[in-house]
Design a protein around this ligand. Structure first.
Ligand SMILES: C[S@@+](CC[C@H](N)C(=O)[O-])C[C@H]1O[C@@H](n2cnc3c(N)ncnc32)[C@H](O)[C@@H]1O
Length: 324
């Protein structure tokens, strides 16, 4: 949680540099306002905040927290975020639910300006990452990936869902930072007019034609977002500023995703999994796997999704040959 708020602060500081001047944000599910107040106080973005919180006690604490931060321009409303906000449109909307963001997504998208950014989390990983496949179909209209690669599959189910929802309003999403957390997934996506983007990178993956990392059983999977998880320009410009709770973890994360942003390929390989499948006693070191794939002419980088995970656009047969 604190790490996610750290990243939100880092993103806010970046947005403040890119878009100085007036800007408006809405934290739909504010609880005590910790996320928006940290973004405003430490990141200086957005310039003005509107907070909604349904629980009266939490809303009262949020009001007190706003009063404790006189440098922050914010108002708190004890209200249901599914009523929308009279203060719309916003440049930034944060949607941080317990569980699924689905009931709130239409209201978040409707409240965003074109080119505004939605920060959205989902913690219903049993649904998104495969253990409850029927629920994923009902909730997100998708078949999930199970097992080792389930969390990234869940992130891609969520992004595909957001893009389809945005399309209903003539818009599309562009992920700026979309990542797999410890028990959740989170994304910052820009919402743009659909006419300004190309064909949507959304597909259903069938195991008979899929030559990326093995996804186990249960094909077809999706629809999944198969496009980039990171915007390289945004990621390059993120800077870990002072005051973060987990500065080392943020620094490590940014170092990995700056490289990972160059590799647009769904799902990752892991040396242990490769060694097991290829009957090798010694797994190849992740750095060595990356170096050999690059020497073979492919893009490859370590991934943030798991320790040792490697992302590459090389076909599975090439990765396996290199790992042997
Ligand atoms: C995960 S917490 C938010 C945490 C907060 N964003 C933070 O970083 O500290 C979710 C909050 O949403 C509130 N909530 C749930 N349903 C709501 C609704 N329909 N409208 C507004 N708030 C709601 C809950 O009371 C809870 O405080």
């Amino acid at each position: 949680m604190a790490f996610d708020r750290d990243l939100a602060v880092v993103f806010a500081a970046h947005a403040a540099r890119r878009f100085p001047g007036d800007s408006a944000g809405w934290e739909m599910l504010a609880a005590t306002g910790a996320r928006s107040l940290r973004m405003a106080h430490e990141g200086r973005y957005p310039a003005r905040w509107h907070l909604t919180e349904a629980h009266p006690d939490a809303a009262e604490v949020a009001c007190r927290n706003v009063a404790l931060n006189p440098d922050v321009r914010a108002d708190v409303e004890n209200a249901d975020a599914r009523r929308g906000s009279a203060a719309a449109p916003f440049d930034f909307v944060d949607l941080d639910p317990y569980g699924t963001p689905v009931p709130f997504v239409p209201f978040a998208l409707a409240a965003l300006r074109d080119f505004g950014v939605l920060g959205v989390a989902a913690t219903d990983m049993a649904v998104l990452a495969g253990a409850a496949g029927d629920a994923c179909q009902r909730r997100y209209g998708a078949r999930p990936v199970r097992g080792r690669l389930g969390p990234e599959g869940g992130l891609r189910v969520l992004l595909a869902y957001l893009d389809r929802q945005a399309a209903e309003g003539g818009r599309a999403i562009e992920p700026l930072i979309a990542y797999v957390g410890s028990h959740h997934v989170r994304a910052f996506v820009r919402v743009v007019p659909i006419r300004s983007v190309g064909e949507r990178p959304i597909a259903t993956i069938d195991e008979t034609s899929w030559d990326g990392p093995p996804l186990g059983r249960g094909s077809p999977w999706g629809p999944l977002w198969t496009g980039p998880l990171f915007d390289p320009t945004t990621v390059d410009e993120l800077r870990e500023g002072p005051g973060l709770e987990h500065p080392d973890r943020v620094r490590r994360f940014l170092a990995i995703v700056r490289e990972e942003a160059r590799v647009v390929a769904p799902f990752t390989y892991e040396p242990n999994e490769l060694a097991h499948r290829l009957h090798r006693s010694e797994p190849i070191a992740p750095a060595e796997l990356v170096a050999r794939l690059r020497r073979a002419g492919y893009v490859a980088a370590r991934s943030h999704v798991r320790d040792g995970a490697v992302r590459s656009d090389a076909p599975r047969a090439v990765v396996e040959a290199v790992a042997r």
